[in-house]
Design a protein around this ligand. Structure first.
Ligand SMILES: [Zn+2]
Ligand SMILES: [Zn+2]
Length: 216
């Protein structure tokens, strides 16, 4: 699992890990000195269990709203992920053998979000210089964070290659591959200084441009 803490005059928590991540997450926030009074917002980047599974476990100690894109909100409310479309034949075969979520995960992960995002969300009221914006494709409601200084948290729109975490690859599963590719192109078009992903990274930006078919 990977979650991000974005620091500002108050702090944002981005994602909450797999079901069962609550204790590790609480310990990490305590170690970083971020108590409930410092957290202004939890952003769930998209409706996959490895990103929101730990939410319900930390919710009792949260005093801030939880935001998700409107298109993925029902996934949070029910805890049930949509069917995956694997990219490539190997993963198609693997997923037939081993489904990605376990029985019981939905019931222990369902969570009603407070704030539904359906356009750019300015983070200034939450103490952070940046925006949350829609970058659909991996899921319909996938979000990215664009932060001051050009850093972008792109979540699962890209992942690191196995064994080469700084080498970008397309995600293992997508709802709409072409839309995901367009979203990554838009992110790169804004000339980010660094792209953080939830699996691997941060990326070699030239390699990301080559992957997305943008050579400039
Ligand atoms: Zn995902
Ligand atoms: Zn993920």
């Amino acid at each position: 699992m990977r979650a991000f803490l974005v620091r500002g005059s108050r702090d944002l928590l981005v994602d909450t890990g797999t079901p069962g991540s609550g204790p590790r997450l609480r310990a990490a926030l305590a170690r970083l000195g971020t108590g409930p009074d410092r957290l202004s917002l939890v952003v769930i980047t998209h409706g996959h269990l490895d990103h929101f599974g730990g939410l319900r476990e930390i919710a009792p100690s949260l005093e801030c709203p939880v935001a998700v894109h409107r298109a993925d909100a029902d996934i949070l409310r029910t805890g049930r992920e949509p069917p995956f479309t694997p990219v490539g034949p190997l993963l198609t075969a693997l997923m037939r053998i081993a489904p990605m979520s376990r029985a019981g995960d939905a019931a222990r992960s369902a969570f009603a979000p407070d704030l539904l995002i359906d356009g750019p969300l300015d983070l200034a009221p939450y103490g952070v210089d940046g925006t949350v914006e829609s970058t659909p494709g991996h899921t319909a409601g996938s979000l990215s964070l664009f932060l001051a200084g050009g850093e972008v948290i792109i979540a699962d729109a890209l992942r690191g290659a196995i064994g080469l975490p700084r080498a970008p690859r397309w995600p293992f599963v997508v709802e709409d591959f072409d839309e995901n590719r367009r979203s990554v192109g838009r992110v790169l078009g804004r000339r980010p200084s660094r792209i953080w992903t939830s699996h691997g990274g941060p990326f070699d930006l030239d390699a990301a441009r080559r992957l997305a078919g943008r050579l400039t």
